[in-house]
Design a protein around this ligand. Structure first.
Ligand code: URA
Length: 485
């Protein structure tokens, strides 16, 4: 038996070197044990003589190296052996990774996916606390990742918080940024992390301000942000009181809504002309929650590199109307939800005035990562380019196929470009329904941010009324389509 000891849990180079030597010496996977320095050694297994220095080479697909680099960060202690078994088998079948049903291939792909998800969670859930003040301030966060993702996630924080020195402390390893380079040191106990301070208060106030009772879904929240992370997030102390008040506030919002009927009900059997809602649901190709999970790993364009997370669409899969915006803004990027910042508040108000219940529509963006340029501590929104819109369109198409709404409302030029698949001027096309090739109807209007940017108060009021009027047209169209069905 060959006993291999790697330097650390994330020692990919050590694994690669050992695996190469083992394979070139024709050592079968069943004749190797893998451990990490510091683990208890297996005293009772006989040890094989040392391996001869490897001669020769062999190639493995680049895809395997990519998978191995990520999946080795999984906490499963069997990962080193599984990777070696795959390597061994790849030598006999170079196309093995294409066999998705192969149990080893499936397992390694799942591990890599889980690790990527953990990396995204870390991007989204790390909260820095300020230690020291002004010139001497340093930002420190405590985090407990599920897998060994600290080194993988650290470059994101270096890019994102390039001008502030920070440390992320975890029980496994700690990552530090001094403005020039990331360094890694051994893990520490939670007691070494700083406790609450003024930054937390700011974050709590911000969270309370973006909290929308109409969108409170405790189950989904627990899924997206498992409760084990809650204890390290300053905003979680607000979840209980805010959610307790949510029902009351939501009822008040509905009671204060315009007198237009609340017609945006989920699909009922009687709503469908040629088949039951259940039949339609069966034909739906994707489930929104599955799509959301897949999109969390999207790397179709470079925008994922600087954004905190993918901000996927939000709303019921049975919604009959999809509202499409441009891309998440600063607040949406942090919260992981579309239209929660100032443009979202403007949209909420306009929807309410148009008699549309936001809880019954699906709200999404043409581009699902925040694009910005840093200006000191501020992140300035940047318009997405055509290649970015095109790269992201697959998600909009799949949302559309999953929801199959009666109407899509494109808000602004980027949304219109995505919805129609080509540049579509707003003013020329606004105010009347346009049939899309798949039979869905689309309506074009302005983006709520455009209203926010108008400097003149009269123009702002006038344009806001036009925006509400457009949404009322959407409401009317939907009402008519329900009656016609
Ligand atoms: N602007 C958008 O287009 N989408 C958002 O989610 C927020 C602002």
């Amino acid at each position: 038996m060959h006993h291999i000891t790697l330097d650390s849990e994330t020692d990919f180079d050590g694994w690669r070197k050992a695996a190469r030597a083992l394979a070139l010496n024709d050592v079968k996977p069943s004749d190797v044990t893998w451990r990490v320095a510091g683990d208890a050694p297996d005293l009772f297994e006989p040890t094989a003589p040392p391996l001869a220095p490897p001669h020769g080479t062999f190639n493995v697909p680049a895809k395997f190296v990519e998978l191995a680099e990520v999946s080795i960060l999984h906490r499963n202690p069997e990962r080193f052996a599984l990777l070696y078994r795959l390597l061994w088998r790849l030598r006999g079948n170079h196309d093995l990774l294409d066999i998705a049903t192969d149990p080893d291939v499936a397992e390694i792909a799942t591990m890599a996916k889980v690790v990527r998800r953990d990396e995204h969670k870390m991007h989204a859930l790390v909260r820095f606390r300020e230690v020291g003040r002004e010139q001497k301030s340093h930002f420190v966060a405590w985090f407990e990742p599920e897998h060994h993702v600290v080194e993988l996630a650290a470059p994101f924080f270096a890019r994102r918080f390039a001008d502030m020195p920070w440390s992320i402390l975890t029980p496994d390893v700690c990552a530090h940024w001094d403005g020039h380079a990331v360094s890694i040191t051994p893990g520490v106990a939670k007691s070494e992390a700083p406790t609450a301070d003024r930054l937390e208060e700011t974050w709590r106030r911000y969270y309370a301000s973006i909290f929308n009772p109409a969108r409170l879904k405790v189950q989904a929240m627990s899924k997206e942000m498992p409760r084990k992370y809650w204890r390290n997030l300053p905003e979680t102390s607000l979840i209980k009181p805010l959610s307790e008040g949510a029902e009351r506030t939501a009822s008040a919002m509905i009671a204060n809504a315009a007198v237009e009927p609340q017609w945006l009900e989920p699909l009922k059997e009687s709503d469908t002309a040629n088949g039951t809602a259940n039949e339609m649901a069966r034909k739906r190709p994707d489930d929104i929650e599955t799509l959301r999970e897949e999109a969390a790993d999207c790397r179709a364009c470079p925008l994922y590199k600087h954004a905190t997370q993918t901000v996927f669409g939000e709303g019921q899969q049975t919604a009959r109307i999809i509202l499409v915006g441009e891309q998440p803004g600063d607040k949406e990027d942090l919260a992981g939800k579309p239209f929660v910042g100032p443009a979202g508040q403007m949209l909420d108000r306009a929807l309410q005035e148009a008699g549309i219940d936001r809880r019954k529509v699906y709200v999404t963006n043409a581009v699902k990562h925040f694009k910005f340029v840093p200006r000191g501590k501020i992140r300035l929104h940047q318009k997405p380019t055509t290649p970015e819109i095109k790269a992201c369109r697959q998600w909009y198409e799949r949302e559309l196929a999953a929801i199959r709404p009666d109407l899509v409302v494109a808000m602004g030029a980027t949304a219109a470009q995505s919805v129609f698949g080509k540049i579509t001027p707003i003013n020329k096309n606004r105010g009347h329904p346009i049939d899309l090739s798949d039979g869905t109807r689309a309506l074009v209007t302005v983006h709520p941010s455009y209203l926010l940017r108008l400097p003149d108060a009269d123009a702002k009021a006038r344009e806001y009324r036009r925006f509400v009027d457009d949404l009322k047209i959407a409401a009317g169209l939907l009402r008519r389509s329900v009656h016609a069905a």
